[in-house]
Design a protein around this ligand. Sequence first.
Ligand code: UT7
Length: 329
Amino acid sequence: MRNVKISAVGAWVPPRVLTNDDLARMVDTSNEWILERTGIQERHIADPEMATSDLALAAAQAALAQRGTTAEDVDAIILCTVTPDHMFPSTACIVQHKLGAKHAWGFDLIAACSSFVYGLTTAAHLVGGGTHKKVLVIGADTMSRIIDYTDRATCVLFGDGAGAFLLEPGADDEPGFIGFRNEIDGSGAEVLRMPAGGSRMPPSHETVDQRLHFVHQEGQAVFKFAVKRMGEISAQLLAQHGLKPEQVKLMIPHQANRRIILACADRLGMPHENVLINIERYGNTTAGTIPIATHEAYTTGRLQKGDMVLFAAVGAGFTVGANLWRWWL
Ligand code: UT7
């Protein structure tokens, strides 16, 4: 496989902010409870006329502008989301057209909170295999569209946002993609899902009345699995490459809960200062968390050329993933 590097990173979140105090006026909750149990202070919410392709487009444009390249040079678009504009056509098609990526093919990738990590692994192989020169991986979710704002157990957790990476061949002295370890455990499919709207339970008056088009979650079951597997898979990936946690400059985990992230870091033996947490400002943006956090790490100087970075996530499915990269921006 030839060298693959991350050559640009962009992010976009809608300007409207929903604070914990705003939520406390909508459901029986409090700023103290949300902050203590999740680490979240506020999240961004898209205006009603926006859809996931709009967020994705803005993030992709930011990445292409940073690289100083045009959409016409993009060979493929992998759009990671659980909130596509429509069931079909794919949101990748809508973004390809709006972006003017005339020579790109692409597809949507549904792996919930692990989508972006899976997308990165897939894109790394497209570029590494020598068949693609520029692949856009976009993580975008408009979670506010599938959240029940009468359910205090879920509505405090999620926000809207998008981020994008451009992947390209790396020079001989720029080995970007180091390795991955991804897995699914479908025995966990019931504990985090949107029950209706698919072929198992098509939309009907009953499914709407029973609020089955929203996220349903058994929070504690997801919490326990996430703490255990996100740390374990990261440790396995490091061991696979003969690396120790202290050799990783920055761990950028999926942002679902501050307590999950810190517990994973402890299990992995990763000092907290080497773990990026920005959940307080965005909540859980599902496929958006890792590229948004990476954009922040890069623009604030926490990631420097040559640093080793570990991306890790757990999501509905269950899906689990970890990717190890060296940063060359
Ligand atoms: O990225 C997708 C993957 N999702 C996740 O990773 C989420 C994983 N789960 C979690 O992060 C946590 O389980 C939650 C944040 C969802 C919940 O935290 P918890 O510490 O597990 O709380 P709990 O579910 O055990 O609930 C404790 C209490 C309950 O009341 P009782 O039964 O003790 O009287 C809940 O009804 O907190 C109550 N509660 C709330 N109280 C105030 C639940 N939600 C709220 C709320 N405000 N928003």
